[in-house]
Design a protein around this ligand. Structure first.
Ligand code: B3K
Ligand code: ZN
Length: 880
């Protein structure tokens, strides 16, 4: 291994920085192979640092893959004995508590395939500095608690007419040799991870936003010329987000300009650099012809997420990377509420909970399990996880539920006011919530430090004579790597009781019909008086806590909840529980070699949902969706991949066959030829229509496939086209699928985003996406191993969303993934470490699969020169 024993960094070792940087002046002379970076830093001894007893400590500057050219202090070139270049940085002897440091270095953006630091994407220069990418640009104290005012000058050939950085443009001109020069200044002190630079031949669309105090902000969205028609939706989303943050959080934008740039090569969704957000093209560009509804909604939420970071992340930032959830958990909560306000609240909640249950619970139960605020890491990039983001958002949501919306707002106001311009901790956030409300969140804090998904076991009893109904709830959080014997958490369990007529029973004199039980003990009883009949409980409404709730619901009770629960989330959840029961029973039958029995209760439940014209079609679509194979795997004690696949396909086909006339009637009713709109009602209509189409095609009847063929031929919008093509690829004859795929590609090959969709439709198809086809896709002229979107579409789609083909008994899928991960690690360690995730859960699988997955992991481990990112994930997975 390159770095045989990567160092583990611990939260408990945190120390304030020895030196502060009041001002950072950067000059970039851009060149693909030899960009010259000059940095001039005003350095000052940190008054809060431990004075020690041996004079001024040396100054440490992080630096990775940099060619050092010179170091000067106060204008004088420094002799070599005053500094020492070491692995990971530069150590400088210091003589005075304040000085000006000038460093010059060279970097090669063109050779940078890690997409961290300064790199080239389709000939455009761009940066990604979070978390520790700035050290790949120049020598610097690259830690979030060093906040500085940045001035940035960019010099580039005239073929790069657009030169951008953070803040306001304060100067521009031409150099003597005819190159362009632009200077930007950001008046807000910020950590280096929020620095950004872009240079390219870009077009832009422009708009304005007037803030609540009447300031006009210029909004610009930059992209390559070919994509300029795809910017409108993001711009509208941005304006909605700006208004929402004023209305809901009282937060106004603070600069005169806000810019977004779309780039094709990007490791994640987007980045909240101050005043200059950089986005993965797939997360910002959309037009009805090229983007699905899911993409439209994802864009709306990511644009909002990055914008919201301007307060939750930039104005108030993190003290250290252990505090990452301070900005990410809070901002995910903020964007989820925004999306809920813009679209269907219940559907947004269902989507978020599905991700949580499928992937975050798996992470919580696996070898990389960590608390929302981790205690240690080897590579911080590995901790941009579902736990830090989504579970972190659930933790903030629980505070919101426990305190109530007004008190929460008082808390957030105090938090922003108290910590504006500072780098703070999760603890500071909780304290602000307490102080603003005189609340006590002492026990609640355990959510930040305890890993693992709590399990709630609920029992009930009814005493008819006394009219008393009792819920007894036990909580237990399983051991996780490095953490045993968990303490009870404070868990809000929002509850209602349903009577035989399906109506909620009053729970108190005032007639309230819903209450949030606050669980604080390992085992606790809650008694409801004056209850006239034995009720059916509707528990954990709206998924009020990120837990697994077990209550022994009978099938008829679940059908009842599917029909009557007024909490739409729980209505959906009842259907999911019904499906999980059916699927679990079928897996048992499959493994016992028995004939599989038709799941009548589930079919009846689905029939009642499908026939209910009063429900939001988007909710109906969600209610008709079976839990994914990945989610089923998470349910099982030991995963039997073949049983999961057999049970799921059997149920899907049984539903499709039993309800074909109903699906057809609903499809026809919803198949309106109206112009495309990304309004929630239209998205809802298309989502149910295409759910019906998928079930119809699952019958494999030619008349059903013809519906898909004609929907594809009409090509009215990408949502309908991709759904129809997906159904034909999954259920149609292979030659047919191949022909449709080919003509679709011919039509869209110039459009990067559509090509990514096209890759994904194939790699994730249980019937079409065999390993052989996926391997062919890797050789396709549109595939690039250096482009994360394409890697995610082809390799990620296969390994993470094609359960059937990936888990082929011979282990070929596992071996393929390990080969790809090894190859990718040399180019882009962050992506390699993400992609290996499906192999990390090997212990959960039945023996034969577990052995094969483990050997695939071992092949990677034995490879010799792993990045720190991949080493951490692989070694932790093998040592668990
Ligand atoms: N803050 C960035 C994530 C950076 C990830 C670095 N590996 C995007 C976001 O969460 O908004
Ligand atoms: Zn974020």
């Amino acid at each position: 291994m390159k770095d045989n024993q990567p160092r583990t960094i611990y939260l408990k070792d945190y120390k304030v920085p020895d030196y502060l940087i009041d001002h950072t002046e950067l000059t970039f002379d851009l060149d693909p192979q030899a960009t010259l970076v000059k940095s001039r830093l005003k350095v000052r001894r940190n008054p809060a640092a431990d004075p020690g007893d041996s004079g001024l400590p040396a100054l440490w500057l992080d630096g990775v893959d940099l060619e050092l050219l010179s170091v000067s202090i106060n204008g004088k070139l420094l002799p070599a004995q005053r500094y020492q270049e070491m692995t990971g940085g530069l150590l400088l002897a210091v003589e005075t508590p304040e000085f000006e440091l000038e460093v010059q270095n060279r970097i090669a953006p063109e050779s940078n395939t890690s997409l961290e630091g300064l790199y080239l994407s389709n000939g455009m220069y761009c940066t990604q500095c979070e978390a520790e990418g700035f050290r790949k640009i120049t020598f610097y104290p690259d830690r979030p608690d060093v906040m500085s005012i940045f001035t940035t000058t960019i010099v580039a050939p005239a073929s790069y007419p657009v030169l951008l950085s953070n803040g306001n443009k304060i100067d521009s001109g031409t150099t003597q040799d005819g190159r362009l020069r632009v200077t930007w200044e950001d008046p807000f002190a910020k950590p280096a991870y929020l620095f950004a630079l872009v240079a390219g031949d870009l077009q832009y669309v422009e708009d304005t936003f007037t803030t609540s105090s009447g300031r006009e902000v210029k909004l610009q969205l930059f992209t390559e010329a070919r994509n300029i028609r795809k910017c409108e939706h993001a711009m509208v989303s941005l304006k909605h987000a700006m208004r929402w943050d004023e209305e809901v959080y009282g937060r106004e934008y603070d600069l005169d300009i806000f810019m977004i740039v779309a780039v094709d090569h990007f490791n994640m969704g987007a980045m909240e650099n101050k005043g200059l957000n950089i986005f993965n093209s797939a997360c910002v560009l959309a037009s009805p012809e090229t983007a699905t509804d899911a993409a439209f909604q994802r864009i709306e939420s990511i644009v909002a997420h990055e914008y919201f970071h301007n307060w939750s992340g930039n104005r108030v930032t993190c003290r250290d990377w252990f505090q990452l959830s301070l900005k990410e958990g809070f901002t995910v909560f903020r964007d989820a509420e925004f999306s809920a306000d813009m679209n269907s609240r219940a559907v947004k909640r269902i989507e978020d909970v599905t991700v949580l249950r499928t992937a975050q619970f798996a992470e919580d139960g696996g070898p990389m399990s960590h608390p929302v605020r981790p205690d240690s890491y080897m590579e911080i990039s590995n901790f941009y996880t579902l736990t830090v983001y989504e579970k972190g958002a659930e933790v903030v949501r629980m505070i919101h539920t426990i305190l109530g919306p007004e008190a929460f707002r008082r808390g957030s106001d105090l938090y922003f006011e108290r910590h504006d311009g500072c780098a703070v901790t999760c603890e500071d956030f909780v304290v602000a919530m307490e102080d603003a409300n005189d609340a006590d969140l002492k026990q609640f804090r355990r959510w930040y430090s305890q890993a693992g998904t709590p399990v709630l076991d609920v029992e009930d009893r009814y005493d008819e004579d006394k009219g008393e109904y009792t819920l007894k709830i036990r909580q237990h959080t399983p051991d996780t790597p490095g953490q045993k014997d968990k303490l009870p958490l404070c868990i809000p369990v929002t509850t209602a009781l349903l009577g035989a007529d399906g109506k909620e029973l009053p729970l108190n004199q005032a007639g309230a019909t819903e209450t949030t039980l606050l669980l604080t003990e390992a085992c606790q009883e809650f008694v409801f008086g004056n209850i006239k009949e034995r009720p059916l409980p509707s528990l954990l409404r709206g998924f009020s806590a990120p837990v697994k709730l077990r209550y022994d619901y009978r099938d008829h009770q679940l059908q009842f909840l599917m029909r009557h629960d007024s909490d739409e989330f729980n209505r959906w959840d009842a259907g999911q529980r019904l499906a999980l029961n059916a699927l679990a029973a079928l897996q048992v039958q499959f493994r016992a070699g028995e004939a599989l029995r038709t799941p009548d209760a589930l079919i009846a439940g689905y029939a009642s949902v499908l026939g209910n014209g009063a429900l939001d079609p988007a909710l109906v679509a969600k209610m008709l969706a079976l839990p994914s194979a990945q989610e089923l795997a998470e349910q099982e004690g030991e995963i039997h991949a073949a049983a999961i696949i057999a049970a799921r396909e059997f149920v899907r086909n049984a539903i499709a066959d039993a309800l074909k006339p109903e699906f057809l009637a609903r499809y026809r009713q919803l198949d309106q030829r109206t112009p495309y709109s990304a309004e929630a009602a239209d998205i809802a209509r298309r989502s149910l229509k295409n759910t019906c189409l998928a079930y119809l095609c699952a019958t494999m009847d030619d008349d059903a496939l013809d519906l898909a063929r004609s929907q594809l031929a009409r090509g009215e919008n990408m949502t309908d086209s991709a759904s129809a093509l997906g159904a034909l690829v999954e259920f149609g004859p292979v030659e047919d699928a191949e022909q449709h795929l080919e003509s679709f590609y011919q039509q869209w090959q110039q459009d990067t985003q559509v090509v990514e969709t096209w890759f994904g439709l194939q790699s994730t198809s249980a019937s079409y996406g065999t390993l052989e086809r996926v391997q062919q896709l890797l050789g396709h002229s549109a595939f690039e191993l250096t482009n994360p979107n394409k890697v995610r579409a082809v390799i990620g789609g296969f390994a993470m969303r094609n359960f059937k083909q990936f888990h082929k008994e011979d282990g070929s899928g596992y071996e393929f993934l390990s080969d790809q991960v090894i190859a990718l690690d040399k180019l882009n360690p962050q992506i390699a470490a993400r992609l290996v995730t499906p192999l990390t859960r090997w212990k959960k699988y039945a023996a034969s699969d577990a052995g094969l997955i483990k050997s695939a992991l071992q092949r990677i481990a034995e490879c010799g020169s792993l990045s720190r990112d991949l080493f951490e994930v692989v070694s932790k997975s093998l040592s668990e």
